[in-house]
Ligand binder design. Sequence first.
Ligand code: NAP
Length: 530
Amino acid sequence: MERSVDIAVVGAGFAGMYTIVKARELDMSVRVFEAGTDVGGTWYWNRYPGARCDVESVEYSYSFDEALQQEWEWTERYAPQPEILKYAQHVADRFDLRKDIQFSTRVVSAHFNEDTNTWTVTTDANDVVTARFVVFATGCLSSANRPHFSGAESFVGDVYHTGEWPHDGVDFSGKRVGLIGTGSSAIQSIPIIAQNAEHLTVFQRTASFSVPARNDSIDLDYVKDVKSRYPEFRKANRQQTGAFGSTIRRGDSSALDASEEERWAEFERRWEEGGFAFLSSYNDFLLRKDANDLVAEFVRHKIRSIVKDPATAELLMPTQVIGCKRLCLDTGYYETFNRDNVSLVAVDTHPIERITEHGLMVNGVEHTFDVLVYATGFDAMTGSLLKIDIRGRNGVSLADAWHAGPVTYLGVNTAGFPNMFMVSGPGSPSVLTNMIMSIEQHVEWITDCIDHMTKNKLSVIETTEQSQAGWVAFVNAVADMTLYPSCNSWYLGANVPGKPRVFMPLIGFPTYVDKCNEVVRNGYEGFVLA
Ligand code: NAP
């Protein structure tokens, strides 16, 4: 193995994989370290039953290679996890990416050396590699959040986390299962676990809004049409706020301007259509609480009409702003609570007290089961970065630099950490977009920057405290114009006790891309190059 490379990359998900492709175009040596045994990132780890993407298949794929996007055949409207993983493996084979990836290897530290302007990357296998540049392609939802409950070690049954699911699957037949959480991962897995388990008890802290995905076999005529104009289709998607959904009909008026009958009919149409289009019927759901209340009430009405037991329906009724946590897409989620073998326990006013040998205690009552599933999400956007001992100038750690919350410029770099790049880091649109579109844009920006530095014989690039302070303020000012900060979402770090409350993703992909391009046109404005 080479001891010195141009670019060291952490993570072999879609971001790390594309970084190899771009580094090779620049004729640069690249080494990727990946904790898993194969490529795929999120889609390698999240193998829980029912895992599938909530962005449509024809959109959730690389756009950089026309032959690749023509040859790959998706089978469903929303691709299931095994198919996305197969796609990632296909890309790795097609571009012979694995020869630059060291699998089953976790990066434990990355330290900047100010004498040589290089990074020293050390792994848990004691590999030590020096690199001119380090790229963290560690993913936004890759560090499992396992809340600490007292007595957790005493539970005698099997324990799983949706984000770290066993490769050979889990057989729930004949088992009593306890599942904590009702976010997207829970909402996808609950209907399937319920079909297999003897009994499923769901522990819900906050009820989520979910709308039908209406997943189905892919419409082959639609695929044919998209493939006949793929570059144009991608371009149209990149012009959307979330870099996806150019085919979604977007209402351009306020929900408050429509009559109640018109609104209700429109909500019904969109409920039947399925997917994120549901929240696009009017243009002010995430801007005005009174508009938001109208569509939130429609979903509550649906829950009441689907769930037969009124007490269970009442518990499932979300009260927060719809959309300020990521909207969940489901297949039979609310219907699952009509099954005799499924029960729901609220743990909001009476939180989980402790885990016992055979279950867990809530409000003095022990709920028993054989298997415990944590569907408790992730330490999002910063978790995987902060698990690594990253040190920049003067040995300052990233954890110290970010003690009050992540500070970046454009979500790609942090002051004091020269030649260090993050793909879809905090402060970039990332999780509010089709991730693969964001990843492509980021990796291209980063590798263009590296190319610029090489051609101009520059050895160091880093942002300034001033640039990043302005950027963080901008990201939060944009969020504050919306209803996003109104609930305790992982966008704000609010799901992890003690995590600073900062709105991390930037809303608005096209504006962000314009800004990134403008920064380059102005000679990497906001960065210092030496
Ligand atoms: P999540 O949305 O953060 O949900 C975690 C769940 O665990 C929440 O219901 C949370 O309750 C609960 N929880 C956490 N700590 C708890 C505690 N101490 N006691 C009781 N309950 C607790 O995580 P996720 O479902 O894994 O989804 C994360 C994100 O991944 C999604 O928002 C989405 O962006 C992405 N994702 C996408 C898909 C898809 O493409 N379809 C599927 C899965 C995930 P609170 O709400 O009260 O915090």
